[in-house]
Design a protein around this ligand. Structure first.
Ligand SMILES: [Mg+2]
Length: 296
């Protein structure tokens, strides 16, 4: 509802203040991320992550998912629903907005998450008039680095999906040995649960997510200094020149390096294969299943 947008709720002062606060940790975070991507710290790599001071409009793409969690919406599970707007420049996410119109259904509360990797994530809640609550914007703190936690004792919470490859995915989850695996529906909704720190890790190894599901999502995960890569540990690329806007290389989201490494290591130690090898197996299984369905 464009008329209802509260135009002055994002002030430049607020963004700059948080940018200053965020800056030095964000640089450290970028160094970590580049290790995940394969230890290439070049000038080009920095440019790859930093919001450009200037850019051409034709290098900018806005990925919109007006109604994510459609199945939940149709079935009446309104809490699965999100609306997402992601801004990509040169095929990388630079800003994101995820709105959850039914954040807390009993009190009709809505919540909007917005931010950029450089400035962090902000949250704005919206209550019905009758509740007379202030509509304030608050800053979300970055994910905890869990620096002091022994990986062997880590109480890991995994955000799972409700998909067809459950048996295969359970192989991985058993190997990783989490305290809990949640079954969360809706792409944007999973990201919201991660931002709210209800889960530490999420992975998806079958094609399903589209660029409009991930662009805002990745921008916000990175704004909280979390890790978002494909199954090979490479950054996702939002290439509008591709014919198909599906993310096919897998998605891994971890709240920090500790969690990212822990899942990778447990997978290798217990299953004797890398996460990327596991991703390949899941993918082959899925293609076979789809081919069999087609024949029927
Ligand atoms: Mg969607």
């Amino acid at each position: 509802m464009p008329d209802e947008i509260d135009r002055d709720h994002i002030s430049q002062k607020m963004l700059l203040r948080n940018y200053e606060r965020h800056k030095s940790n964000y640089r450290e975070y970028l160094t970590e991320i580049q290790e995940v991507h394969d230890k290439k710290t070049t000038e080009a790599a920095w440019n790859f992550f930093e919001f450009p001071d200037e850019f051409y409009e034709e290098d900018m793409v806005i990925w919109i998912d007006p109604l994510d969690g459609t199945r939940g919406f149709v079935e009446g599970h309104l809490n699965h629903v999100t609306s997402m707007i992601g801004l990509a420049i040169d095929k990388r996410p630079r800003a994101g907005i995820i709105h959850k119109p039914f954040y807390d259904q009993p009190i009709h509360m809505q919540r909007t998450y917005f931010g950029t990797p450089e400035c962090g994530v902000f949250v704005k809640d919206r209550f019905p008039q009758t509740l007379k609550r202030l509509r304030r914007v608050s800053v979300m703190t970055p994910f905890d680095s869990d620096a002091g936690v022994d990986p062997d004792d880590y109480k890991l919470w995994i955000c799972g999906a409700m998909n067809m490859n459950q048996n295969k995915m359970d192989e991985l989850f058993n190997a990783v040995d989490p305290v809990s695996v949640g079954r969360v529906a809706g792409a944007g909704n999973k990201i919201v649960q991660m931002l709210d720190q209800k889960y530490d890790y999420y992975c998806n190894f079958v094609p399903g997510f589209k660029y409009w599901d991930m662009c805002a999502s990745e921008a916000l995960i990175e704004a909280k200094m979390g890790i978002c890569v494909d199954a090979a540990g490479k950054p996702l690329v939002y290439d509008e020149e591709r014919k198909d806007y599906t993310v096919k290389e897998g998605i891994i989201i971890a709240k920090n390096m500790k969690v990212y490494n822990l899942v990778r290591d447990r997978c290798e130690n217990v299953l004797g294969k890398s996460l990327h090898e596991f991703y390949t197996e899941v993918n082959e299984l899925q293609s076979k299943r789809l081919a069999a369905e087609k024949k029927l």
